[in-house]
Design a protein. Structure first.
Length: 250
């Protein structure tokens, strides 16, 4: 059994970008933890931060439950994620709590500041997680740096609207309905996404992107990934091997 941690900025980011791959892995018997660095407490025009955060964490836990995954929240305020020592220690503690062999996180480039900072925080926290003298909380040290992967940015583009191509993808046709079910747990975001992003069909936008990424790789639906292999992070293709026949490359 492989322990997998998918950690992104807000509740619904994981569901939008890599939930079907997690469903595939969960179905194989691997242990899945979904974590968010924030509770997404700014994601509402109708409720205050505390109430919004409570609602969104409950939705995230419900989405994780669909595939039998655990859910953790680091607890940094929405739109207040910075790559500083205090936040890195909290993210490192979360990684130590999950004890992953494999971590999936945000793309280094994306439209949202929290997404980009989370990517750097998780990268650095993976390095720190086995370091004994880097003190966090009570969670056990990792034995070694976990395998690290970045999922796609939202709609596969950076801040300047340039395309960001995945290194490989996972054919998720068989798990797309599960992905939809997980995203549907985030009911509080339907009105918010329409107001803030101008997207009237929240689930439809996710489906369109997953279909477009699939088209890039010659399948119906796909989720894209890039592996971080810089020294001393593991370079062996762990995720690629785990998804087995669902792996698609160009």
């Amino acid at each position: 059994m492989t322990r997998v941690l998918a950690i992104h900025a807000h509740p619904d980011d994981i569901e939008t970008l890599c939930a079907a791959t997690l469903a595939l892995l969960a179905g194989q018997g691997h242990h899945i933890t979904i974590a968010t660095v924030t509770a997404g407490d700014c994601g509402s025009t109708e409720t205050d931060n505390e109430t919004t955060g409570r609602i969104r964490k409950s939705e995230a836990a419900a989405a994780a439950k669909v595939i039998g995954a655990d859910y953790l929240c680091v607890g940094i305020p929405d739109l207040c994620v910075f790559n500083d020592d205090a936040t890195r220690r909290k993210v490192t503690e979360t990684i130590r709590t999950a004890q992953p062999d494999l971590v999936i996180t945000a793309s280094p480039v994306d439209y949202h500041p929290d997404h980009e900072v989370v990517s750097a925080l998780v990268r650095d926290a993976c390095f720190a997680a086995p370091v004994k003298n880097y003190k966090t909380g009570s969670a056990k040290l990792l034995a070694e740096i976990p395998h690290l992967y970045f999922c796609d940015p939202i709609e596969g583009r950076d801040r300047d609207n340039n395309k960001v191509m995945a290194e490989f993808a996972v054919n998720v046709e068989s798990f797309f309905e599960t992905k939809k079910k997980m995203l549907s747990a985030h009911q509080s975001q339907i009105a918010w996404v329409e107001k803030q992003h101008g997207i009237a069909d929240y689930a439809g936008a996710m489906a369109d992107w997953t279909k477009r990424r699939g088209k890039h790789f010659g399948v119906g639906y796909a989720e894209g990934f890039r592996q971080y292999r810089t020294h001393p992070y593991p370079a062996s293709p762990l995720l690629q091997e785990l998804v087995d026949g669902a792996l698609v490359t160009l």
